[in-house]
Design a protein around this ligand. Sequence first.
Ligand code: MN
Length: 531
Amino acid sequence: MDRIRIFDTTLRDGEQAPGYSMNIEEKIRMAHQLEALGVDIIEAGFAIASPGDFESVRRISLAVEKPVVASLCRALTKDIDAAYAAVKGAKRPRIHTFLATSDLHLEYKLKMTREQALARAVEAVKYARNLCADVEFSLEDASRTDRDYMCRVVEAVIKAGATTVNLPDTVGYATPSEIYDMVANVVNRVPNIGDAVVSMHCHNDLGMAVANTLAGIAAGARQAECCICGIGERAGNAALEEVVMNLRTRGDAYGVGYGIVTEEIARTAQLLQTITGVKIAPNKSIVGANAFAHESGIHQHGVMANVKTYEIMTPESVGVKKTELVLGKHSGQHAFSQRLVTLGYTVEKALEDRLFAEFKVLADRKKTIEDRDIVALVEAATGHVVGENDWKLKNYVVSSGNEMYSTACVTLVKGKKTVTESAFGTGPIFASIRAVEKIVKHDFRLTDFQIHAVTESRDALGEVKIKVEDKTGTYRGRGVSTDIIEGSILSTLDAVNKMLDGATSSLGTGAASVVQHGGFEDDMLAGHTDR
Ligand code: MN
């Protein structure tokens, strides 16, 4: 059976999208999970784009064992050199170079003739092949490229040494039948096509990325470029979990194999959500909270009579586990640590002790502890290790009402120092964050603030995610508590401690990496966000 290589570009095309930037440690964590998921190729970044990009490609190359690690580069020697320098430490490095081939891009963007572009592509592939045995060439905007010219370029770059040839629908414009014809044309007409793997890279501007990727596979493509949850430039790329679950669920239609461990899909999507703070829509295919929820009575009746009436795949097949045992205040550390393992966490003893202590405090406030609560506790604790030089919350009091300004009095501790400050605001969260700002004596701007209930119960944990910004960059913080004021203070401290620790946790100050929600503080003043 033919096997589809899954090329994951969450850390390159995905990370490029506003709101999804990750720091190096976060990218490495994601890369390890992608390895566990069984992806064949990880595109780790665009090495020449910035020193930070270069360093993360280099570190990911050293961090993973099984997957090929690729860096994107334009068809320029300095780009190719940087890409190779970044991936050369990988067990299986790949250089991924690209050049646009549509007349539109050639004329207006590159100002080159078709012949010049063909020569440049061949030159770039030859240069890359001298450095690295695994070279991918992408014909940017392939779906709008003249079909005869496309065949000439594909034949020439394969002759020059390209081992993978990618035919992207860069702008998300094509229909599935056009993609099928495009790939079939190349597969049938290029004489040396057997020497390379044909790849798809489809964007989702019209919601067709997955359909187009599958059409390409049906026509003979054997590599699919995707991102977890379909993140990426503009409307994103083909969602990895959707492409793979189509191949699994409709094996009868596609008849191809893949190396993805589908049971790791839910965990991978969860990790992306945890790292970036961007929530997955409940109706998102495969990984949305409602993807396996049968609400209507008719459906429930059918599912109870025979699961196959309405369920085409099982939640277990994508790693959604049903909780058998609920933990509570009487649960011991052994049961707790077993649950951490089941949830996929390996934590050091010291952290486990701390998490267990937090779990006990939580169990006093909240009757039943669900897996989602434990995940929230672990995720809040693993982002940043609280050190001697960090500000910690001692206590706080707020007063708030509908006909008064909210006031907050907050006491923080740092080493032997204890400082109390009070502040007012249009809501208790605003007032508390202001009090923290006065204590740490460091100006920062809020760029994002989200509260959500971890579970549905009345005594649910509130998880607060925050982004703050100063001259050195943007910092994320996370805090969980049954009290949203406490969660807000904890998340602010998490972010501000990183900020004060220096640049190591910075997400950088590049335009793409800072999300400006504008008017957040104005919203707070208007009382829209702070409840
Ligand atoms: Mn793309």
